[in-house]
Design a protein around this ligand. Structure first.
Ligand SMILES: Nc1ncnc2c1ncn2[C@@H]1O[C@H](COP(=O)(O)OP(=O)(O)OP(=O)(O)O)[C@@H](O)[C@H]1O
Ligand SMILES: [Mg+2]
Length: 310
């Protein structure tokens, strides 16, 4: 069996002591198989950056353990050679150009390769600004440079903390395509964090949703979404339709239509029951829930101790 790209075992990190302490990561256990895009999602302050910093041995965990490719990260700098990372607020030499910054980093790391640098500059979409000084870059340009920097050593595992921060919609789309190509064409593993779920939904194979330092859900994106499947039913009279359907499904009203907690496979039976009761059915469609609303519902469940539907 091949080693997991990332695994953590009951990882915890407490900052500060006693009353003022913050439990940033709370018994977090994670398994990330190689050759996929894995999303690490959570609201602000959930513990994403802290977890990533532990993975990179920039922060010591209070308890528990993290491993990369089967090696404990703690003091195992050999394994960190196979990892490229972009963590919150990458810094560059402001008076050097973007290209020069990449060259310096590559030379320092001992993996200078001019062609590779040219290719990366092109791939992150910054060829027209590579010769300008990095100090004048916009947030989005700094982010692109940071991603190029993370890839300089041709790492097997790429860890990106909020990679689309500061990118415009077109930039997000380009980055998404680029990240997918790293996995598909180059067999890399990408672990990325985000609090912006709409975009991650389309790039990740699996996701872990974290809140207050712990994982609240984990799985394939498609499975998580179908967990909360709903059908949207436009029928008349709506009162009769609601009464008929609520015998078998949980139904709620929303903007003059019905939403039933049911999967696509339930549609024929649903339509049959409605027609039997002389209800006119105009439309039955899948009410696609975005990861965004799924995420809101699971993170709120955790905070309120109650389920939020909608
Ligand atoms: N060096 C530190 N000292 C004290 N507290 C810290 C430190 N770093 C993080 N924290 C706290 O730990 C918690 C988790 O922070 P973290 O930065 O890991 O969250 P995050 O999920 O990355 O959030 P964001 O989406 O805002 O980037 C927060 O409450 C934060 O204030
Ligand atoms: Mg963060």
């Amino acid at each position: 069996m091949t080693a997991l790209a990332i695994e953590t075992h009951s990882l915890s990190k407490q900052f500060g002591r006693k009353k003022k302490s913050v439990l940033a990561v709370n018994k977090l256990s994670l398994q990330v198989e190689a050759n996929q895009v894995y999303g690490f999602l959570g609201p602000n302050g959930a513990g994403k950056t802290t977890t990533i910093r532990i993975l990179l041995d920039l922060v010591r965990p209070t308890s528990g353990e993290a491993r990369l490719f089967g090696q404990p990260t703690l003091r195992a700098h050999e394994v960190l050679r196979r990892v490229g990372a972009l963590v919150e607020g990458a810094t560059f030499y402001p008076y050097l150009s973007g290209r020069k910054n990449l060259e310096v980093l590559a030379r320092t790391g001992g993996y200078y390769d001019k062609e590779r640098i040219d290719r990366l500059i092109h791939q992150v979409g910054m060829e027209d600004r590579a010769e300008r000084r990095a100090g004048g870059y916009s947030t989005g340009m700094k982010q692109r440079l940071g991603i190029a920097a993370a890839l300089l050593s041709d790492p097997d595992l790429i860890i990106l903390d909020e990679p689309t921060n500061g990118l415009d919609p077109a930039g997000i789309q380009e980055m998404r395509t680029f990240i997918r190509s790293l996995v598909k064409e180059q067999g890399k593993t990408v672990f990325l964090s985000s609090h912006m779920l709409g975009e991650v939904e389309q790039v990740c194979d699996r996701v872990a949703i974290i809140n207050k330092g712990s994982i609240v859900r984990e799985g394939k994106v498609a499975d998580l979404l179908s967990e909360h499947a709903r059908l949207r039913i436009d029928a008349s009279p709506i009162d009769v339709a609601s009464e008929v359907l609520s015998r078998n499904w949980r139904v709620m009203r929303s903007d003059g239509v019905l939403l039933a907690e049911a999967a696509r496979e339930d549609a024929p039976a649903m339509i049959r029951k409605l027609v039997e009761q002389d209800v006119q059915v105009f439309e039955v469609s899948a009410h696609r829930q975005s990861l965004e609303s799924f995420f809101l519902s699971v993170t709120q469940e955790e905070s309120d101790g109650q389920s939020v539907s909608g």
